[in-house]
Design a binder for this molecule. Structure first.
Ligand code: PGA
Length: 251
């Protein structure tokens, strides 16, 4: 069985004291809950401060991005080694906001996945179709292509090496979530593609999350689908009551 995971992507929000307060509230809430694994992904400048809060808890710490190169003259960028050195264990790669606003290609995303794995960071690889692709019946084609390109040359031998997040672009931050059936259809196809690429036993252990307008009201029907192993949550992860309800929905 894949591990149940609820990850909060705080994006470019909060001050450090707000981030610490929010993290504390979540740490206390999940203290005695073995499932799901909760991962918090704050902005870069708060990672160190949050590591201090998180290190003695059962909450995981993730970054929202990394650079594909190990080090060098890349002003303003953050490397995998830096993230590891401050206690980060996870990193979001290929989020649609980075694909759209920062023109990240599948080729670059592939390099970032490889860099993360080399550095022993667990990638949370985001894939998903645009509205145009869905409406023209190209959803599964796009997903297949992203899996192929983003994981090109990537060896995965254990289900815990990587986390996949299916995030339809049209559902992110729009208040328009995929239906449970739409999420299940794509996520079962993702598992099948992973089984073809690696093997069935590895694919059966990979956590495949759904992301896109998850909130306290829609979490239960989405998270109880057989191939939905958790959620990557944006807006609702900034609201403690909402995020706690989503955590409870995944148990
Ligand atoms: P949302 O964002 O929950 O605000 O739609 C999800 C994400 O960007 O990962």
């Amino acid at each position: 069985m894949p591990r149940k995971i609820i990850a909060g992507n705080w994006k470019m929000n909060l001050t450090v004291s707000e981030a610490q307060m929010l993290a504390q509230e979540i740490i206390v809430y999940v203290k005695n809950k073995p499932e799901p694994l909760v991962i918090l992904c704050p902005p870069f400048p708060f990672l160190s401060a949050l590591y201090y809060e998180i290190s003695s808890s059962n909450v995981g710490l993730g970054a929202q991005n990394l650079h594909a190169e190990a080090s060098g003259a890349f002003t303003g960028e953050v490397s995998a080694g830096m993230l590891v050195s401050i206690g980060c264990e996870y990193v979001i790669i290929g989020h649609s906001e980075r694909r759209t606003h920062f023109k990240e290609t599948d080729e670059l995303i592939n390099k970032k996945v490889i860099r993360a794995l080399l550095s022993r960071l667990t990638p949370i690889l985001c894939i998903g179709e645009t509205l145009e692709e869905r409406e023209s019946g190209k959803t599964l084609e796009r997903i297949r292509q992203q899996i192929q390109d983003d994981l090109s040359g990537v060896e995965i031998t254990s289900g815990t090496d990587i986390i996949i997040a299916y995030e339809p672009v049209w559902a992110i931050g729009t208040g328009r979530n995929a239906t449970p059936e739409q999420a299940e259809e794509v996520q079962s196809a993702v598992r099948q593609l992973l089984a073809e690429r690696y093997d069935q036993s590895v694919a059966d252990e990979i956590s495949i999350l759904y992301g896109g307008s998850v909130n306290a009201d829609n979490a239960i029907p989405i998270l109880t689908q057989p191939n939905v192993d958790g959620a990557l949550v944006g807006g609702a992860s900034l609201k403690p009551a909402q995020f706690k309800a989503i955590i409870d929905a995944s148990q």
